[in-house]
Design a protein around this ligand. Structure first.
Ligand code: ADP
Ligand code: MG
Length: 453
């Protein structure tokens, strides 16, 4: 037995534990592992029949991928086709010469630029929170070194920084195959410098980075406090910049807040484009869940949509966690062959969604209203009588009245110590709007939905 076969036997064993016998017999028996491509992290699986290949591709990709990860410790993108399809492609590949795009991609992937093929612009959902970052990233990808250079993206964890870096890298590779792209985490850069110094091989390290046409460094905040690394990066930056090469950097903070970073670096990072990514709003969160589910070959029905809304209401500031909940939901539903609805979600991802009904507080209502109207909390509580503030304030008061057990007096007190008659007046007005104006009714409904369980 080859290593490949052993790996596949172990994967099948794992799969067997995670699905029903009929599923296993019907679709998994008769599969083989054709090839594990460790350069681009793709696993090519051959299925016994066209039907099996289709079903596996539609429903079991993530399950195979996670079993493969359990067995090998690495994450692979899984491709399932029939034996016949592989044969045809082999012949085509042999006929093509080595300058094909696929070949170039492979070469580039080999050189330490392990881009995650899932992180493309196509798979990036654009909303209010990330639209500037996404469009600047696209501009850089289309014309490296000629638009925004350096390009600096910052934002909290799990908001899509690394995704955008991959998207830029993949886009450039696909359109300009001759570009030498170096994509590293700041840890890798640091390690290279440290080993370079230890082994007296700094020349090689310098050579490697200074040959980049595009240098991408992820999570630069880890350079803080590392003097030698910063020094080296400073010189690399200057050389690349002078040679008109693209530099792209991410961080969890804006440059000025990287307190333990050399001022010269900080100022360079701000030389051109600095964009931030904010936590996504409710609609974007739902859109991301839908897109990921569709990407997994799932058909979304009303029950599932309801569950997605529930997840989106509960996980608000980290897309990685949002995805985690979805993955758990999908893989349990596949393993147990169960339909995804609210009852199922309450069993499977209860930790994520529980307590949501008790989270309706005036605080949350105010936040939701502010999010919707893009105003500040302090506006709601402040004195302004401008309609752009007073109207949201009235809606927030109304929702507090409708959704919590706060009295008019108490609601008045948390809106800048207003009189209870003001609250009563606000509620009456909003009720009037709701019964007479479709647009306002929808606005109130959607805010309410974003708050509610
Ligand atoms: P960061 O690097 O900012 O910590 P990542 O780029 O690793 O975050 O994103 C975390 C996860 O969320 C990834 O799986 C990524 O694909 C996903 N993600 C983030 N933003 C988006 C988006 N706008 N559309 C789709 N997926 C996203
Ligand atoms: Mg990241």
């Amino acid at each position: 037995m080859t290593d490949k076969d052993k790996i596949w036997q172990a994967v099948l064993k794992d799969v067997k534990n995670n699905c029903t016998q009929p599923t296993y017999d019907g679709f998994f028996s008769g599969t083989t592992l054709k090839k594990l491509d460790n350069e681009i992290n793709v696993a090519y699986v051959a299925a016994g029949s066209t039907v099996a290949a289709n079903v596996l591709s539609m429903r079991y990709i993530s399950m195979i991928s996670s079993s493969l990860e359990n067995v090998t410790g690495s994450r692979y993108k899984v491709v399932v086709k029939t034996e016949g399809e592989y044969k045809t492609e082999d012949n085509v590949l042999k006929a093509e010469n080595r300058t094909s795009k696929a070949y170039n991609l492979n070469i580039n992937f080999m050189k330490e630029k392990i881009f995650n093929p899932k992180y493309t612009f196509d798979n990036f959902v654009v909303g209010e929170s990330n639209k500037y970052a996404a469009s600047a990233a696209m501009a850089v990808a289309k014309d490296p070194a000629n638009t925004y250079n350096p390009f600096f993206i910052y934002g909290g964890s799990g908001l899509g920084k690394t995704h955008l870096l991959n998207a830029i890298g993949i886009y450039i590779l696909e359109h300009k195959t001759d570009k030498n792209i170096i994509f590293v985490s700041s840890e890798t850069f640091t390690n290279d410098v440290v080993t370079g110094i230890e082994n007296k091989k700094m020349d090689e390290v310098r050579d490697k980075y200074r040959k980049a046409d595009v240098l991408i460094v992820d999570d630069i905040q880890f350079f803080e406090g590392k003097e030698a690394t910063q020094e080296e990066f400073f010189h690399t930056f200057n050389i690349l910049y002078d040679e008109h090469k693209q530099i792209i950097i991410t961080s969890d903070r804006p440059p000025e807040n990287l307190t333990k970073l050399d001022d010269r670096l900080k100022s360079r990072f701000g030389w051109n484009m600095v964009v931030d990514i904010q936590p996504p709003d409710y609609e974007t969160r739902v859109a991301i869940l839908k897109k990921k589910a569709v990407g997994e070959g799932v058909e979304i029905d009303d029950d599932m949509e309801e569950v997605f809304k529930l997840i989106a209401r509960n996980i608000t500031d980290n897309i990685r966690l949002l995805e985690g909940a979805l993955t758990r939901l999908l893989s349990f539903s596949q393993s147990f062959d169960e339909h995804i609805d609210m009852a199922f979600a309450k069993r499977v991802i209860n930790d994520v969604i529980s307590g949501s009904s008790s989270t309706i507080t005036p605080e949350n209502i105010k936040k939701a209203v502010c999010r919707h109207f893009k105003i500040k909390m302090s506006d709601l509580e402040g004195k302004s009588r401008k309609n752009s503030i007073a109207f949201p304030r009235q809606i927030a008061m109304y929702l507090c009245r409708e959704m919590t057990d706060y009295s008019n007096v108490r609601i008045g007190s948390i809106f800048g110590n207003r009189d209870h008659s003001t609250v009563m007046h606000a509620c009456k007005k909003v009720r009037g709007y709701i019964s007479s104006d479709d647009e306002i009714r929808n606005v109130v409904k959607s805010i309410e939905e974003s708050i509610k369980d």
